[in-house]
Design a protein around this ligand. Structure first.
Ligand code: ACM
Ligand code: ZN
Length: 764
C-alpha cells in the first residue's frame, strides 16, 4: 500500500465515523522527529495521529483560543484549511489544556496518539510552546492530511530570558517585518524582543510631547556607504519611525505570541539624533546633525542640565504607557566623557553631588533615571558600562563586552543577561568565504553560537542563579534590508534557541545539524532568507606534514557531491569529483562546490593560493600576535593564503603596539630571489603600516645579513612588500616589522598603540 492510499483509506474511515486506524502501520519513520529547540524529554511511540479536515481543536480559555487561531494560521499555509475550534471533545482532537503552575510557567507536556493530541501547558505560555512543538511535528510538505508521530514530551525552558534584539536606529524595518521577526522568535520559543529604538543615526519611536523627534531626529541626510574606513556616503536621505499606534500593535502582537517587548531608549550616549532635534540637551548646545557615519559620537546628553532628565522622564512616561513589561532598557553603553570633562554644567553637577570623576557622573545619571523608573514600578536594564562608577541598585546588566560584566554583576547579586560579542553578535560574519555581504567584522559561525554556554564557569552555584539567560544582538549598520537581516539571524537564532531552551546535556551539534535539515524547510515555508553555510562546501587548509599545504573539502549536505577545479574555472558536475585532500602545487584558485541532484547548493569555496618556497615551512620563531587578530596556528603565516582586504579571514596576525619578528626555515641553503610580506593601512580601524620592514637571510639561523628594507607603504589598504634579490642564498629568512607606535591625536583610537598587521611571509 502506498503512503497516499493509507491516508486515503483513513480519510474514508474517518468520514464514515470508523475512526480506528490504530492497526495501521506507523506512517512516520521512527526517530525522525526534528524539533528545534530540542525538548527536555521526548519519547517516541509506535503510534501516530492523523490530522485532517475533521480534526478539531478543543480550547477552553481565551488564551488557548488565541493560540488555536495561531495554529490554524500555520495549518492554513500548509494545507489550505483550518480546524474547527470547540469547547469540548476528545476524539480526533487536539486538546489544549492550560493549568496554573507558576514555578515552571513556560513548561508543557504533549502526547500524541491515534485518538488525540493533548497539550497541557503550565500556563498559557506553556500551551503556546506545546503548540509550537506540535507545528514542528507536522510534515514540512504541503498536504491535506498529515501524520503526527506518536510522542510523549515533557518540556520546559532552561533559561527564563531568551532574547533577540533588533537595532532599528541604523536601519528601519517595517511593522509587517517586525511581526514576521516575532513569528520566527515564537517558533524558536524565544520570549523577549529587545527593540533598540533610539540611536545616533535615528530616533524611531513617536513621542507626542516632542514632535521634533519625529520631524528631525527620525531622519538623516545620508548614510555611510561601504566600509567604515572608506568614509563614503550615499547622498540619500533616510528615515522612519513607528507611530504609537504601530508600537501598540507590535506589543500586542508580541504578547499574543508570549513575547515581551523591551524598549530601549539610549542614554546618555548614542543620543545624537535627539540632540539634533533638541540641541539644548547637549553640553555644547550644538548645532548637531543626525548621525550619518557609524561608530561612537562624542556628543551625549548633558548630565549637568536638569532639562535633560525632565525630557527623558517625559519620553519614558510615553514609553511606559506603550510597553506594559517590567523592564525598560536605558542603554548606557559607549558614552564618551569628553564633553562632560569640558562642560561647566557637568562639572558643577559633579562638585555639587561629590562625584569623583565622569564615570561617577554617568552612574549618577543612570541611577537618577532608575529611581524615576522604579518609582513607576519599572526596572531598568543597561549595557555593562552601567557597572562603571557604581551600579544602580535594582539594575539588570546586559553583558556585551565579553562576560566580565556579567560575572561582576552576578557577584553583586544583580540579574544578568549574557550577550557577549564573541557568541551573541549576529552582525558578525558567519563565514570567512569571499561571498559574504559586507558586515561589521568578527566571525561567528552557527557552530560557535551553538557552543555557547551562558553561565560563566567562574561563578559558583549561588552566583549562577543571577544569569537569567542570553540574547543575540542584531546591530544594523551594514544590514540595510530584510533579506540580509534574515540571512544574518537564521539559522544562528535557531542555534541560540537551543542554547537557551534545551537542557545543557541534551545539546549536540551534529544532531542539531541533522534536525536543521528539516527545520530549514519550515523556514522555507515562512519564506525566510536564511543562510546556508552549515551545509555548504567548506575547505580546511592544513599543513600536510610533508612540507606542503592540503585542503580538506567537506559538506554536511545529505546526498551532496563536491566537485572542484584548480584552474580558476567554475566548478561543475563535470569537474573533478572530490575524494581525497587537494594538495596545493601551483599558484591559482581552488574552487569547489557541493551539488545536490546536479544543482549547486549555497556558496562555492573559492580560495586563491600563492605557491612559494616558504609554503608550510618551519617557523623557527615568531612574535606572538595579540588577541582579536591571532590565527589559530603560526602555520597561517606560510599557508599560501594572503590575508584579505576585509581582514575577516583569520589570516592576519595583529600586533597591538608592538613590533613583529618571524624566522622561516627552508629545507636547505638555496637561492632566494624574492622575500615578501603584506601589511595593512586602515587608520579608521586603528591599523597602521609599519615604520619599516627589514628582511635578512642566514645559512645557520644565527648570523643574519640584511637583504631588503622598505619604509614607505600604501596610504590606504594592503601593501605588498616585495624585495627582489640577486645572488642571495640562505636557509633562514627573517622579517622584522617596526610598529607605528602610538596613534596620533585627532585620529580614531588616539593615544592607543597602533595595530600592525602581517600576513603571508613569501619566499621564492
Ligand atoms: C553595544 O554593542 N554597543 C551594546
Ligand atoms: Zn554637560
Amino acid at each position: 500500500m502506498t503512503m497516499k492510499s493509507v491516508i486515503h483509506l483513513c480519510l474514508l474511515m474517518a468520514a464514515a465515523g470508523l475512526w480506528s486506524c490504530s492497526q495501521r502501520q506507523p506512517a512516520v519513520p521512527r526517530g525522525n522527529v526534528s524539533i528545534i529547540p530540542m525538548p527536555a524529554s521526548i519519547s517516541e511511540t509506535a503510534d501516530s495521529f492523523l490530522l485532517d479536515k475533521q480534526t478539531v481543536i478543543v480550547a477552553g480559555n481565551e488564551s488557548d483560543k488565541k493560540t488555536a487561531a495561531l495554529f490554524n494560521a500555520w495549518l492554513k499555509e500548509l494545507t489550505g484549511y483550518e480546524l474547527e475550534v470547540k469547547a469540548q471533545g476528545d476524539k480526533n482532537a487536539i486538546l489544549l489544556q492550560t493549568g496554573n503552575d507558576s514555578t515552571n510557567a513556560e513548561g508543557y507536556t504533549l502526547t500524541a496518539s491515534h485518538n488525540n493530541i493533548i497539550i497541557k501547558g503550565n500556563s498559557g505560555a506553556g500551551t503556546f510552546y506545546g503548540v509550537q512543538t506540535l507545528i514542528q511535528l507536522l510534515p514540512v510538505e504541503k498536504a491535506h492530511a498529515m501524520f503526527v508521530p506518536g510522542v510523549s514530551i515533557t518540556d520546559a525552558p532552561r533559561f527564563a530570558y531568551r532574547g533577540l534584539h533588533l537595532d532599528v536606529g541604523r536601519h528601519f524595518f517595517s511593522v509587517d517585518f517586525i511581526k514576521k521577526y516575532i513569528d520566527l522568535m515564537a517558533m524558536h520559543k524565544l520570549n523577549t524582543f529587545h527593540w533598540h529604538l533610539t540611536e545616533d543615526q535615528g530616533w524611531r519611536i513617536e513621542i507626542k510631547k516632542y514632535p521634533r523627534l519625529q520631524e528631525v531626529a527620525s531622519k538623516r541626510k545620508e548614510t555611510m556607504a561601504g566600509r567604515y574606513a572608506d568614509n563614503k556616503y550615499d547622498g540619500k536621505p533616510y528615515g522612519g519611525f513607528y507611530t504609537q499606534e504601530q508600537v501598540k500593535e507590535v506589543v500586542q502582537y508580541a504578547a499574543d505570541h508570549f513575547i515581551t517587548v523591551i524598549p530601549e531608549i539610549e542614554m546618555p550616549g548614542h543620543s545624537l539624533a535627539a540632540l539634533a532635534a533638541y540641541p539644548n540637551l547637549g553640553c555644547t548646545g550644538g548645532p548637531y546633525e543626525v548621525g550619518t557615519r557609524w561608530g561612537v559620537y562624542d556628543d551625549v546628553y548633558c548630565a549637568g542640565n536638569d532639562s535633560v532628565y525632565l525630557f527623558l522622564q517625559d519620553v519614558l512616561d510615553e514609553v511606559m504607557a506603550l510597553f506594559p513589561g517590567r523592564y525598560i532598557h536605558i542603554g548606557g553603553d559607549e558614552s564618551p566623557k569628553v564633553r562632560w570633562e569640558k562642560c561647566p554644567k557637568c562639572q558643577a553637577r559633579m562638585k555639587q553631588e561629590g562625584l569623583k570623576d565622569e564615570h561617577a557622573l554617568q552612574s549618577y545619571f543612570i541611577q537618577r533615571m532608575e529611581k524615576y523608573l522604579n518609582s513607576k514600578g519599572r526596572q531598568i536594564i543597561g549595557w555593562d558600562e552601567i557597572l562603571e562608577g557604581g551600579l544602580a541598585p535594582n539594575a539588570t546588566v546586559m553583558s556585551w563586552r565579553g562576560i566580565e560584566g556579567g560575572i561582576a554583576a552576578a557577584r553583586q547579586k544583580h540579574d544578568v543577561i549574557m550577550t557577549p560579542g564573541e557568541f551573541c553578535y549576529f552582525d558578525h560574519y558567519q563565514s570567512r568565504g569571499p561571498n559574504e555581504p559586507l558586515a561589521i567584522g568578527g566571525f561567528l559561525p552557527v557552530s560557535k553560537v551553538y557552543s555557547y554556554e551562558p553561565v560563566p564557569s567562574e561563578l559558583n552555584s549561588d552566583e549562577a542563579k543571577y544569569i537569567k539567560g542570553a540574547q543575540a544582538n542584531v546591530w544594523t549598520e551594514y544590514i540595510n534590508n530584510t533579506n540580509y537581516l534574515e540571512y544574518m539571524v537564521y539559522p544562528r537564532a535557531a542555534a541560540l534557541s537551543e542554547v537557551l531552551w534545551s537542557p545543557k546535556d541534551k545539546r549536540n551539534y551534529d544532531n542539531f545539524t541533522e534536525r536543521l535539515k528539516v527545520h530549514l524547510k519550515r523556514l522555507d515555508l515562512k519564506k525566510v532568507n536564511y543562510a546556508k553555510h552549515v551545509f555548504e562546501v567548506t575547505g580546511k587548509v592544513t599543513d600536510n606534514g610533508k612540507g606542503g599545504v592540503d585542503v580538506i573539502l567537506a559538506s554536511k549536505l545529505d546526498g551532496g557531491k563536491i566537485f572542484f577545479t584548480t584552474d580558476s574555472t567554475a566548478p561543475t558536475p563535470q569537474a573533478t569529483p572530490y575524494t581525497t585532500p587537494v594538495q596545493i602545487t601551483h599558484t591559482g584558485t581552488l574552487r569547489a562546490q557541493v551539488f545536490l541532484d546536479g544543482k549547486p547548493f549555497g556558496n562555492e569555496y573559492n580560495q586563491a593560493f600563492l605557491f612559494h618556497k616558504g609554503l608550510a615551512k618551519k617557523i623557527s620563531s615568531m612574535t606572538a600576535a595579540d588577541a582579536g587578530h591571532r590565527p589559530d596556528t603560526n602555520f597561517v603565516l606560510v599557508n599560501g593564503i594572503e590575508g584579505n582586504a576585509a581582514y575577516n579571514d583569520n589570516e592576519w596576525f595583529g600586533f597591538n603596539g608592538k613590533d613583529m619578528e618571524a624566522i622561516v626555515e627552508l629545507d636547505s641553503v638555496q637561492d632566494i630571489h624574492l622575500v615578501g610580506i603584506n601589511t595593512v593601512n586602515a587608520k579608521g580601524d586603528w591599523i597602521y603600516p609599519p615604520k619599516q620592514v627589514v628582511f635578512a637571510v642566514s645559512d645557520d639561523g644565527k648570523t643574519f645579513k640584511e637583504v631588503y628594507k622598505q619604509s614607505t607603504f600604501a596610504q590606504q589598504g594592503i601593501s605588498k612588500v616585495r624585495g627582489h634579490l640577486q645572488a642571495v642564498r640562505g636557509k633562514f629568512v627573517k622579517v622584522q616589522m617596526q610598529n607605528f607606535g602610538k596613534i596620533p591625536a585627532g585620529a580614531p583610537g588616539a593615544g592607543n598603540g597602533a595595530w600592525l598587521f602581517a600576513d603571508e611571509f613569501i619566499i621564492n
